[in-house]
Design a protein around this ligand. Structure first.
Ligand code: PLP
Length: 444
């Protein structure tokens, strides 16, 4: 058997592996290799324990290596490793759909399964277009996203996303308009939700004037923008967006790939912000990150548009799905993750830890270069001033140094981002604060 080799030079990762979203030169200079995990900690190849302040990539909020999930996955692999997703089903995915829709806000009654957040984005947008066709309004095809939004990396998600560097290399893929983002200078250093924000949602009226609602299928937004650095919606924003979508008969899609499963302090962002979308995209914590899986939850109204009792029995009404939609092993992982979510009280844990995370982050105010600190539930971000015109440099340097000091933190754009596991202890968060304080104080 050949042994996996990282690289002939042990300090350099093999270039056979083309890494996603990775700065190659920085990584080669300073490879970061994880070989294990334990609860809230990652374990590096040189045996160091590093606090996981982003739950992996926002996905392992219930802590790493949960035995309940590992055992469910192992059991499933020995019973039914795969079952054809089209025209057949298996009990696990049916049960999962029932449990998910029971947990989600009441109008969301149906679950369509995908394998990632990116696939959930494209799936929800395709369902939106198909829905209007089924309803006899085929001109409703346009989509509206939001500046600073992130909906993954597939074609539609890339276009509807609003983080410039993620899009510019690929050109315009699908036609898309964007609402303004909700990051207002006057809200800097707000703890939790800023106030107001209706006027930001009102920009939808301008897009309706421009295109006419008869041509617009859906608006897609993250209830709280995660990847752009935890941009918390002002208190009146999402309610206003919902009202305008209702007024103009436009579907509202919440991308809850990050906010789902207690990240904002309730089961879903829709619960925290008390606004229910027509579709909700999920992934990440759905399986606690253990196995890839995503889902799109829809209202009964949307589902019913595809139900036609007169359709010949061999005809498919939604020609969409993935080989691995509702994969048995992913379903087993998700069911076990849901058990953990409920039995270990993740919502309660999130609510209880949120003030400690808030303090750990806002307690850094006054350190050099920090221009904003934001938080909601168990998510937060620090924003940094550009150095020599480069907004990315300081977060990058801080992130790399934190890792050396025992803290994994995600750098993205001009921010450092935080979403620690709900199983973190107060001590974990305190140590995170101390490492950040030391590293930021030394930043140039
Ligand atoms: C809001 C949101 N949507 C979609 C995605 C894409 O998910 P994936 O990387 O699983 O495709 C992400 C990933 O961070 C996300 O944060």
């Amino acid at each position: 058997m050949t042994e996996a080799v990282i690289d002939p030079d042990p300090n350099v990762a093999s270039e056979a592996y083309w890494m996603p979203f990775t700065a190659r030169n920085g990584f080669r200079k300073d490879p970061r290799i994880i070989t294990g995990a334990d609860g809230c900690y990652l374990i590096t190849d040189d045996g160091r324990r590093v606090f996981d302040s982003l739950s992996g990539l926002w996905c392992c909020g219930f802590g790493h290596n949960r035995p309940e999930i590992a055992e469910a996955v192992a059991r499933q692999l020995k019973t039914l490793d795969y079952s054809p997703a089209f025209q057949y089903t298996h009990p696990g995915v049916v049960q999962l759909a029932q449990r998910l829709t029971a947990l989600a806000p009441a109008p969301l009654q149906h679950a369509f399964f995908t394998n990632s957040g990116s696939e959930s984005a494209d799936t929800s947008l395709k369902i939106a277009r198909a829905y209007w066709r089924m309803r006899g309004q085929p001109s409703k095809t346009r989509f509206i996203g939001r500046i600073k939004g992130y909906h993954g990396v597939n074609f539609a998600g890339t276009s509807l996303g609003g983080i410039g560097p993620n899009r510019k290399l690929f050109g315009q893929i699908t036609d898309a308009d964007h609402l303004p983002h909700t990051l207002r200078a006057e809200d800097a250093f707000t703890r939790g939700q800023p106030q107001g924000g209706e006027e930001l949602a009102d920009h939808l009226e301008q897009l309706v004037t421009l295109h006419d609602a008869s041509n617009i299928a859906a608006v897609i937004v993250e209830p709280m923008a995660g990847s752009a650095g935890v941009i918390v919606p002002p208190s009146d924003y999402l309610r206003r967006l919902r009202a305008l979508c209702d007024k103009h008969d436009i579907l509202l899609i919440f991308d809850e790939v990050i906010t789902g499963f207690a990240r904002t302090g309730e089961a879903f962002g829709a619960d925290t912000f008390a606004v229910v979308p027509d579709m909700m995209n999920l992934a990440k914590a759905l399986t606690n990150g253990a196995i890839p899986m995503g889902a799109v939850l829809t209202t009964d109204e949307i589902y019913q548009a595809f139900v036609d009792e007169d359709l010949p029995e061999h005809m498919i009404s939604l020609p969409h799905g993935y080989t691995y939609s509702g994969h048995p092993v992913a379903s087993a992982a998700a069911l076990a993750a849901l058990d953990v979510f409920e039995q270990d009280g993740m919502v309660e844990r999130s609510l209880k830890l949120a003030p400690l995370l808030e303090e750990a982050l806002h307690g850094l105010r006054g350190l050099p270069h920090i221009t904003d600190i934001r938080n909601i539930g168990m998510a937060g971000a620090l924003q940094f001033a550009a150095r020599d015109g480069d907004p990315l440099m300081r977060p990058y340097e801080a992130g790399v140094r934190c890792f050396a000091e025992g803290l994994y933190v995600r750098w993205g754009g001009d921010t450092l981002q935080f979403a620690p596991p709900f199983t973190s202890t107060p001590d974990d968060l305190q140590q995170m604060h101390e490492i950040l304080r030391k590293v930021i104080a030394d930043l140039r």
